[in-house]
Design a protein around this ligand. Structure first.
Ligand code: PMV
Length: 289
């Protein structure tokens, strides 16, 4: 029996623009998804296409038990985390000796297949390696990890990443002179953030700008804006939607002493909220209980 876990992720800056070759910054976060795999026994009935595909790709049969602390379809990378944790547990239980790089690559291929071609390697990479990652086209650079004081709010409105990416694609086709400069501006926000990672106030300002630019791309949602406004009013340095938008989650960066106040302001809007921080471990072997 082998138990592995993998963390969720947040896009701090640059979602959607990364689809057009611009840069983005993503971070692995607490909480995680835990997966136990056991060889032999009866093959588990698997409803999740991600799990089915993990066993098919690794060419093994076994039983599986999943425990998730991450809500699905909210932009926190739960499908990547479950795929990475499952592949890592299979790899360990069946002694397949795949490297982390190989696990990240197979996890990406599985996400791409299940999501019908619409997946970037960001989520699976961040979940496998943990930490803070700069994404530029096909390159990923690991940045020095920093623990940013973050609060995540979940609107509870489930979003569809593929639909949001398609919507932005439509805008890029119909209004290239408008959408193109918005993408360029997001790229500049990312570049400024990259040079201000130790200045939380500046990061907050840049998050506010990034949120406005994502709204201009048409991926906003009234529930997201409500939570973003509530977080700012409660004293956050700044806040933005995170991930594909159209629902899902937002993130706020706040003075550490105000984290609870910001969490309270978000939950007062009938949303879920939690304080989070960086996960630097990525996929991790757990003690079998
Ligand atoms: O919904 P999420 O968290 O998987 O975010 C998608 C981020 C996009 O930039 C919109 C798409 C992508 O694959 O990078």
């Amino acid at each position: 029996m082998a138990t592995w876990s993998a963390p969720g992720k947040l896009f701090l800056f640059g979602e959607h623009a990364v689809v057009y070759g611009k840069s983005g910054i993503a971070m692995a976060i607490r909480p995680r998804i835990f997966v136990t795999v056991r060889k032999g026994g009866r093959m588990s009935e698997m409803k999740s296409p991600y799990l089915k595909e993990c066993f098919r790709r690794m060419n093994v049969k076994g039983s599986i038990y999943v425990r998730s602390q991450l809500s699905s379809s909210s932009g926190l990378g739960s499908s990547a985390a479950i795929t990475v944790a499952t592949l890592s547990a299979i790899n360990d239980e069946f002694g397949l000796s795949k490297s982390r790089e190989e696990i990240a690559q197979i996890a990406f291929e599985i996400e791409k297949k299940v999501q019908k071609g619409l997946a970037s390697p960001t989520d699976t990479y961040v979940s496998t390696f943990g930490g803070l990652i700069l994404i530029t086209q096909d390159m990923k650079r690991r940045l020095n990890p920093r623990n940013l004081p973050l609060v995540v709010g979940n609107t509870g409105v489930s979003h569809n990443t593929a639909r949001m990416v398609e919507g932005v694609g439509e805008m890029m086709k119909q209004y290239p002179q408008i959408a193109g400069p918005i993408m360029d501006a997001i790229h500049e926000v990312v570049m400024s953030a990259l040079h201000s990672l130790n200045d939380h106030r500046k990061l907050g300002y840049l998050m506010d700008l990034n949120h406005a630019l994502l709204d201009a791309l048409g991926v906003g949602h009234p529930a997201l804006t409500r939570l973003v406004m509530a977080a700012r009013a409660a004293g956050a340095f700044g806040a933005k939607m995170t991930g594909a938008g159209g629902g899902g989650c937002m993130v706020a960066i706040c003075p550490p002493r105000l984290k609870n106040r910001v969490t309270g302001a978000i939950t007062a809007c009938d949303a879920q909220a939690f304080v989070t921080g960086i996960d630097t471990e990525g996929a991790r072997k757990e003690k079998n209980g």
